[in-house]
Design a protein around this ligand. Structure first.
Ligand code: ADP
Ligand code: MG
Length: 287
């Protein structure tokens, strides 16, 4: 664990006392006139489609461009926590404490080894939060409330959702300005997408009228399969202008990087996966 992470978890940072090598947690600046911060929920009820991979690699690529980025690991499986080099078993304060209101956002956020990239870790106990939340007031809005003290200080907040449409995902969609949907190219992809977009519609009607469909990103793409191109064409026809131009290739360096606790742009900066996530970051910033 990075020494800064330990310190951040133990005590709220006092900028006046920090040494230059310590990452300073960006606080809300209420005097700031323009807030350009965007909260993006990375959602798809299907597992294995690249939500976590996109959250941590898009996050790192955005941070590389000089903005402060916060990844919120809202999945009890904690893959984006470990993928950013933090041992979920050692994370004391997590998104669970943020949701239950027992800790504030500046207490739960941890610096990662990537400059400008922060994470609110997850832990297995978050699975129980779904049941606990069910009996709480404002149960779909706990994450939005938890993040309210933060967002002006950050350029981007990326929420990595679990593979379900339960309360954790609803909290993410209620807190977000946009929903970004990673999709793998497979035969039933379109059916899953229709279901997800129906959820998007319900969330807009009942929880968050501002939630935009930020876009669909095709992941683990293999240009050699004709099925891939068929699915791409179909999605483009069904949802014109919603698919990102950047296609994320299947690249073994991407999965290796995660198992080393690093984003791919750090692990192998010149590989195809790293280039693709940099291009995706550019596209997200330009939208
Ligand atoms: P999700 O969060 O939607 O369940 P993940 O991001 O964890 O999906 O991805 C599922 C698996 O696929 C992981 O083992 C991950 O390392 C691997 N993976 C994701 N994207 C790529 C890619 N572009 N190239 C190679 N492997 C990938
Ligand atoms: Mg995941």
């Amino acid at each position: 664990m990075h020494p800064t992470q330990d310190r951040l978890q133990q005590e709220p940072q006092d900028p006046a006392q920090s040494t230059p090598d310590v990452a300073i947690f960006p606080k809300v600046d209420h005097n700031m006139l323009i807030s350009s911060s965007r909260t993006i929920a990375i959602a798809n009820q299907k597992g294995g489609v690249g939500k976590t991979t996109t959250a941590l690699n898009l996050g790192a690529a955005l941070a590389e461009r000089g903005v402060q980025v916060l990844v919120v690991d809202a999945d009890p499986q904690s893959n984006s926590t470990s993928g950013l080099g933090i041992d979920p078993g050692r994370a004391r304060l997590t998104v669970y404490e943020l949701l239950t209101g027992s800790a504030g956002v500046d207490e739960v956020a941890m610096a990662t080894s990537v400059p400008g990239l922060w994470v609110i870790p997850s832990k297995v106990a978050l699975a129980g939060a779904e049941i606990e939340l069910a009996n709480m007031d404002e149960r779909e809005f706990r994450l939005r409330q938890g993040l309210a003290d933060l967002t002006d200080g950050f350029g981007y907040v990326l929420i990595d959702c679990p593979p379900s449409l339960g309360l954790l995902t609803l909290n993410a969609l209620s807190a977000a300005d946009e929903m970004l949907v990673p999709m793998q190219c497979e035969f039933f992809a379109l059916e899953g997408l229709a279901h997800l977009l129906y959820t998007h519609k319900l969330v807009r009607m009942q929880l968050n009228p501002h939630l935009e469909l930020g876009g669909i990103v095709m992941t683990q793409f293999d240009a050699r399969t004709t099925l891939f191109w068929d699915v791409v064409v179909e999605i483009q026809r069904a949802y014109p202008d919603k698919m990102f131009r950047t296609l994320i290739p299947r690249n073994v360096r991407v999965s290796e990087a995660a198992s080393h606790g690093q984003p791919v742009i750090v692990y192998d900066p010149a590989c195809r996966g790293a280039e693709a996530y940099r291009r995706l970051a550019e596209e997200v910033m330009s939208r």
